[in-house]
Design a protein around this ligand. Sequence first.
Ligand code: TYM
Length: 332
Amino acid sequence: RPRVLSGMQPSADSLHLGNYLGALVNWVKTQDEYDAFFFIPDLHAITVPHDPAQLRERTRRTAAQYIAGGIDVERSTLFVQSQVPEHAQLAWVLNCITGFGEAARMTQFKDKSAKAGQEAASVGLFTYPVLMAADILLYQPQGVPVGDDQRQHVELARDLAQRFNHRFGETFTVPEALIQKEGARIYDLQEPTSKMSKSASSPNGLINILDDPKVTAKRIKSAVTDADTRVAYDRQAKPGVSNLLEILSTISGTPVARLVEEYEGRMYGHLKADVAEAVVARIRPIRDRTLELLDDTAELDRLLAHGAAKARETAAATLSAVYDNVGFLRSG
Ligand code: TYM
């Protein structure tokens, strides 16, 4: 079977609706057709200042949300990045074939380092996309299901795979980003021209999977719209309303154009109430199941250790080929 691989950072207490609709829903679907690998990139999470106890907690929370959201640990391989040392080992080799300027062009680095202040940003943050390329290339996947904002990073992984293969002989599969149209970009409820993100300026712009459903409904009902009253889809002129339509469409499976017809002559309040109801109905069972899984961390840790052992079989084989091909003397 063809293979896919993807991951989400454990950098918040909860996944948000963008992670869920833009990525996780897509991952769950791939499990039927693909040999799927999903992991928690905790090495990536320390590229910005962090708290150790919180990282451990968030790593478990993220894993629990993957499972509650539909990742089947029997069919797919679920693991924590730092438990598979080959990620860091391959990252070093790839760092050595990545141009300084090439890394400096990554837009996510530019955004994040601008926020931290150029001087304060870590070298780890700079080389983050190279570690991400290592994550991907170790498993030789054909596809990488991500939201639109990760497209540039997957492009870098492709470039590095091709460059390595060209210099040192065929070693890596050249992967492709799998970006579904629906939900590829969910926007902030309060600032509907920025993507929904854990680093949002106000928590009210975020829909978190693990929030109390009452809080979620309230945030959706207070979403920023516009001074007009007509429900219509127009990303430029009506970003708030368009985001709500997009969310409802992704969850219900009803095309945006059909929704626009249905809401003709009705007020924004109706749309917001329906979005709130649909979102809560979708995420409530995931929240409940996540909290159940977090009640038994020993069992969760055991599942993750099993996943890491499975992942290492593939990762070690790729790394071994890489080490041979770059000319490292092997110990036998
Ligand atoms: P991260 O943790 O920022 O995001 C996880 C996934 O959620 C998607 N996403 C969104 N989709 C739609 N609308 C949004 N507002 C939104 N916000 C986030 C992202 O596109 C992503 O698919 N660098 C990666 C993590 C990573 C990774 C990897 C991914 C590390 N190694 C290897 C794939 C393969 C990241 O920070 O994603």
